[in-house]
Design a protein around this ligand. Structure first.
Ligand code: HEM
Length: 426
């Protein structure tokens, strides 16, 4: 791909390419996990291989011993123990496109200190200040312009709005707000670099590198000028430039690389989660009316969807010392595949775990991860999703599925979601 085609890259194409890469085989992952949970809760082997998807390691997992975990307690104890189960290997695979500097690939004290620097900017006290801004973008730029059409594929909105919001929250110049589509396409091309199809791998890696370079330059320009102008402002870049913990601050390179990883981390995860929330809401009898008439259920609808249909079906960790889980010895250097999608439905942790229950009592699940790497942006994501649902209910009266179109389906072996949600309203 040439530099000019990088310039013209389309967000929709970049998103479809990522979906195709992470969709994998048609094996029903819930079914496969249910069986393992019952028969082989600690599996010795590469469970993921059958799905034909890359892992976020971006490495050939087959080159080392692999184990897969299916039970809630096991997944929790691995994800919470970042000293024994580490992430550093990600820097060599997936992290390459992000200059290896992604927070996801950091361990130990390095991770702790960067995380503490970032933390305040993402806590509810800070995030809730963005409520009106998020609401304004959703209503003004997306839902209000749709009203007269009386029908839509809500995933056209769903693909766009989380990226548009991140662009606004980061504090990019609003004189060319359309730029977010280009930046978003580049950020997805970086994720798409994690390709395992031998016919596509070279192209995907080259494109990912070019996209990464272009995005770095674009964000760097903003960061340099913002620092020169005094690092002010309540937006994310302003907050990152001023962030301080125990005398340490982030340099420009760190701010740029963190901002680069935020676009894919914040964008397509929120898009896919919205698609699953909507699919479940529209296809479960009575649920749409129940939530529409009692908006206080919206946060529960989101939490239960993140449990029942987490976007990312598994997380991989490397084992830093010999361990034993349920009597199975796992040697140092092995990869452990934590099957989030299985743990989240484990009947020992969740009564009727295979049933979607909007009234379920709150309990941690792993759709936003768990432990030291738990999603730092979860409050942003939940606020965006809540505002999106409220705007849809407020402005699109009697919204329902479009009977002339196929009903939405949640699919994908690694990244799950529905590609379209066709609706009509009065
Ligand atoms: C519904 C949407 C989202 C989902 C389902 C989601 C999911 C996740 C998960 C599962 C992890 C843990 C990864 C691991 O343990 O290996 C994670 C980490 C992360 N997420 Fe999210 N995320 C979402 C939205 C966001 C948003 C909106 C942001 C930023 C504003 C964000 C920023 C991050 C970052 C920076 C990390 C890395 C944290 C670390 O390594 O310490 N995410 N996310």
């Amino acid at each position: 791909m040439t530099e000019s085609t990088i310039e013209d890259m389309k967000l929709e194409n970049a998103y479809s390419a990522v979906s195709a890469t992470y969709k994998g085989t048609d094996i029903d992952i819930h079914e496969a996990c249910r069986e393992m949970r019952e028969t082989t809760p600690v599996y010795e082997g590469d469970f993921i291989a059958q799905f034909g998807v890359p892992t976020n390691a971006g490495l050939a997992l087959g080159t080392r011993p692999n184990f897969a975990l299916f039970k809630y307690n096991d997944v929790m104890s691995v994800l919470r123990d970042g000293d024994t189960f580490t992430n550093g290997f990600i820097a060599k695979g997936f992290g390459e496109a992000f200059n290896g500097l992604t927070i996801l690939a950091m361990d130990g004290d390095e991770h702790k200190s960067v995380r503490q620097l970032l933390h305040p900017a993402f806590m509810p006290a800070s995030v809730n200040k963005w409520h009106d801004r998020i609401d304004e973008v959703i209503r003004r730029d997306y839902i209000l312009p749709m009203v007269a059409d009386k029908k839509a594929d809500l995933m056209t909105f769903g693909l766009d709005f989380p990226l548009r919001i991140m662009y606004a929250l980061m504090g990019f110049p609003e004189d060319d707000a359309e730029k977010y589509r280009k930046y978003a396409a580049w950020s997805l091309a970086m994720v798409g670099g994690n390709q395992i199809d031998p016919d596509k791998v070279d192209d995907a890696k080259t494109t990912a590198k070019q996209a990464s370079k272009a995005l770095y330059q674009a964000i760097n320009e903003v960061v340099v000028s913002r620092r020169a102008a005094g690092s002010e402002g309540d937006d994310l870049i302003g907050r990152l430039l001023r962030a301080e913990h125990e005398g340490r601050m982030l340099n420009n390179h760190e701010v740029v690389t963190f901002a680069m990883m935020l676009l894919p981390a914040a964008g397509e995860t929120t898009t896919r989660t919205l698609s699953s929330v909507l699919t479940i809401m529209f296809t479960t009898p009575g649920l749409l009316e129940k939530v529409r008439d009692n908006r206080e259920l919206i946060p529960k609808l989101i939490d239960e969807t993140v449990r029942y249909e987490p976007v990312a079906t598994f997380k991989v960790r490397e084992v830093a010392k010999d361990v034993e889980i349920r009597g199975v010895s796992i040697p140092k250097g092995s990869f452990v595949q934590c099957m989030v999608t299985s743990a989240n439905r484990d009947e020992e942790a969740f009564e009727n775990g295979e049933t979607f229950d909007v009234d379920r009592k709150a309990k941690p699940s792993f759709g936003f991860g768990f432990g030291p790497h738990m999603c730092i942006g979860q409050f942003v994501a939940k606020l965006e999703l809540k505002n999106a649902l409220n705007a849809i209910f407020d402005l699109l009266p009697n919204i329902r599925l479009d009977p002339s179109k196929p009903a939405p389906v949640i699919e994908g072996a690694q990244l799950r979601g529905a590609s379209s949600v066709h609706v009509i309203w009065d």
